[in-house]
Write a protein that binds this ligand. Structure first.
Ligand code: SAM
Length: 281
């Protein structure tokens, strides 16, 4: 059985299992127990009822989540890892594993079918790089999720948390702020993983914002994405080409929102994007 407490032991055990890490599933496993502890305690100081984890891998984070939360639901796409953790944690009555693609889950169904009287649901995960944006979008949008703490690549973390209007910001920085206040908690060296990835990581958290009058999120997301796709162009041109709409039409909307057509994406505030989306809707 794999030990979760000592770095070289974890690495040796992973090797012994002859497990071939799949790049497509972002399988760089956390092998540093102290980092794991730091991630979980940063969440469990605030919440301790229900946590959803994506990608338990060999279960380093899962076991600690189970000690700090009343119930844990953990979703793993890889059948081999799913079988491994299901057996390894079969004595833990407060963990449920499901073998699914987290991108395809419906959060409402999941909560209804697998969780019991959950309060203040949290997402906590060491996310595979390739699904960072779609997973964050899905969980930020859901009213059922109260708080998110995830480990992502350092660059992605910097982009996500960049101040709006700064050079480093992008569509994702705006979109996440519609739903939350994001912040980088701490950085994690690439040497804390096995196999060692090319880049360092960061742990970020999102305090959800409860909005009273939600705009059409699909439209908002499209507007923000179009504006940033060609961020060197002015907002009139980028929105017109990105949304496939006549320039005159976009110009009318910009006028109604009191926005100059020559502004660029990063000159707009989140509220500006919301009002453009409202008119487009
Ligand atoms: N939590 C473990 C850790 O910290 O060592 C593993 C983290 S590893 C970065 C990412 C995990 O997510 C892997 O176990 C991988 O198989 C799983 N995974 C990748 N894509 C997934 C998806 N679409 N749905 C669910 N799990 C996924």
């Amino acid at each position: 059985m794999i030990s979760l407490f000592n770095k070289s032991e974890v690495i040796n055990n992973i090797k012994k299992l002859s497990f071939r890490a799949k790049k497509t599933f972002g399988q760089n496993f956390l092998v540093d127990y102290n980092i794991c502890k730091k991630i979980v305690s940063s969440v469990s100081e605030k919440f301790n009822d229900t946590v959803i984890e994506i990608g338990p891998g060999f279960g380093i984070l899962t076991s600690m989540l189970a000690k700090n939360f009343r119930q844990v639901l953990s979703i793993e796409i890889d059948k081999k890892l799913f079988d491994f953790v299901s057996e390894k944690f079969s004595n833990y009555k407060n963990i449920k594993f499901i073998n699914q693609d987290a991108l395809k889950i419906n959060i409402e169904d999941l909560v209804f079918n697998y969780l019991d009287n959950s309060k203040n649901i949290v997402l906590c995960a060491n996310l595979p790089y390739s699904i960072t944006t779609p997973i964050l979008t899905k969980f930020l949008k859901s009213d059922l999720i109260n708080y998110i703490t995830v480990m992502v690549q350092k660059e992605a973390a910097e982009r996500i948390t960049a101040s709006l209007g700064s050079r480093g910001c992008g569509a994702i920085s705006y979109f996440v702020r519609y739903y939350s206040n994001p912040k980088i908690n701490f950085l994690v060296s690439k040497n804390c993983f096995f196999p060692v990835p090319k880049v360092d990581s960061a742990v970020i958290s999102f305090d959800k914002i409860k909005r009273q009058n939600l705009t059409d999120e699909t439209v908002l997301l499209k507007v923000i994405k179009s504006a940033f796709e060609k961020r060197r162009k002015n907002i009139l041109n980028s929105l017109s080409s990105g949304l496939g709409l006549e320039k005159n039409f976009i110009l009318e909307i910009l006028k109604k929102c009191n926005l100059d057509k020559n502004l660029r994406a990063e000159n707009l505030t989140l509220e500006n994007f919301v009002s453009v989306s409202e008119y487009l809707k």
